[in-house]
Design a protein around this ligand. Structure first.
Ligand SMILES: NC(=O)c1ccc[n+]([C@@H]2O[C@H](COP(=O)([O-])OP(=O)(O)OC[C@H]3O[C@@H](n4cnc5c(N)ncnc54)[C@H](OP(=O)(O)O)[C@@H]3O)[C@@H](O)[C@H]2O)c1
Ligand SMILES: C[C@@H]1O[C@H](OP(=O)(O)OP(=O)(O)OC[C@H]2O[C@@H](n3cnc4c(=O)[nH]c(N)nc43)[C@H](O)[C@@H]2O)[C@@H](O)[C@H](O)[C@@H]1O
Length: 306
């Protein structure tokens, strides 16, 4: 099977490329300088040349809460434009299968219970990442409408929880919480710092899955694509408080200093735990524990620092 993968140089994309050989899949993954997804014609020409059996759309303007607060125009505009272009170019070329990546932030804010796929667009979005979430909801609906108008075209969306792992971004201005924690604890231990800052009061809850496990889930879905629901959460099914992530990472990294809560920092949704009922019925589950995942990601970070 030939896969046209967008976002192949990103964290999720590079984990997908790393696993492709194991699943005997042929992946073509052009960088943005070769195929700019903001340019519809460039995508059409690439699909004409490469003739993929399936498109996996894993490209995006992606970042943590701080990046989303700083650039709402780019997060809405780029993610909608890229998603619309990829989906409509696939339809124009008659590519029969497309797997689109959503995000747990597309769910309504203020939900304590695990989030079910039918709740998408059922309430107000989280202001800190509203632009990104609007784009995610719109592209997911576009996929659904393409299939509704032409059932020959099966365009589906997975909704991952927060992700971390090898090939993540560790730069504080764009990073998500787990890579930010790893970098801060590494630097504090290296420099003998005794205090590490935690954004917010530490009580917000998050569900983080290793990107390598998501890549495995994506191949699992591709191999059973016709049985896959058109909208499918992909998560670990448990969440932890921000404070718990810091303390687990401190054990793994060997930081034994103190923590200070900076209440001036943004905290986003109080919780966004995915309901994994459909995922379990589909037959997939992640295999990496949080501690093992943080250890593997820390080792990757050290290899980058070396
Ligand atoms: N990270 C998370 O916590 C998380 C959680 C849930 C869902 N997701 C979703 O998972 C997907 C991948 O996320 P990620 O963390 O792997 O992102 P990432 O590491 O930031 O990678 C983004 C990718 O998008 C590509 N890209 C950006 N602009 C492009 C353009 N104009 N043309 C072509 N390619 C472009 C980049 O390619 P170049 O380097 O060549 O520009 C890069 O490969 C996204 O859809 C994201 O919404 C991520
Ligand atoms: C999956 C992603 O979720 C994103 O929301 P979101 O989980 O709050 O994104 P994160 O940046 O991972 O933040 C998760 C939680 O960790 C807290 N946190 C504590 N310390 C830090 C730190 O040093 N850095 C960071 N970044 N957070 C920190 C942060 O306040 C927030 O409550 C969306 O903005 C994206 O669009 C995307 O959807």
């Amino acid at each position: 099977m030939k896969i046209f993968l967008t976002g192949g140089s990103g964290m999720v994309g590079r984990n997908i490329v790393s696993l492709a050989k194991k699943f005997e899949m042929d992946v073509v993954a052009p960088r943005s300088k070769e195929v700019d997804l903001l340019d519809f014609e460039q995508i059409c020409h690439f699909i004409e040349r490469s003739k993929p059996d399936i498109i996996i759309h894993a490209a995006g303007r992606v970042g943590g809460i701080q990046a989303n607060i700083s650039s709402p125009v780019q997060f809405l505009s780029d993610n909608w434009t890229m998603g619309q272009n990829v989906v409509l170019a696939g339809r124009k070329a008659g590519v029969q299968r497309l797997l689109n990546l959503g995000s747990s932030c597309m769910y309504p804010r203020g939900q304590e219970e695990p989030l079910r796929e039918e709740q998408v667009l059922s309430g107000a979005l989280e202001p800190t990442n509203e632009g990104y979430a609007i784009a995610k909801c719109a592209v997911a609906r576009l996929c659904e409408y393409v299939t509704r108008e032409d059932p020959q075209l099966q365009y589906k969306t997975v909704i991952p929880c927060n992700l971390y792992g090898r090939f993540d971004k560790f730069e504080p201005s764009v990073s998500h919480m787990v890579p930010a924690i790893i970098r801060k604890l590494y630097l504090a231990r290296k420099d003998g710092e005794r205090i590490v800052e935690i954004w917010g009061d530490g009580t917000a809850r998050r569900e983080f899955m290793l990107a390598e496990d998501l890549a495995d889930a994506i191949f699992f879905a591709i191999e059973r694509f016709d049985d896959m629901p058109s909208l499918l959460n992909m998560g670990v099914g448990t969440d932890y408080t921000v404070d718990e992530y810091y303390s687990i990472a401190a054990e793994v990294i060997g930081y034994n200093g103190e923590f200070r809560h900076d209440l001036s920092k943004p905290v986003g949704m109080k919780r966004k735990l995915l309901d994994v009922t459909r995922q379990k019925a589909f037959g997939w589950g992640p295999r990496t524990s949080l501690r093992d995942g943080i250890r593997a990601t820390y080792e990757y970070y050290l290899s980058m620092e070396a």
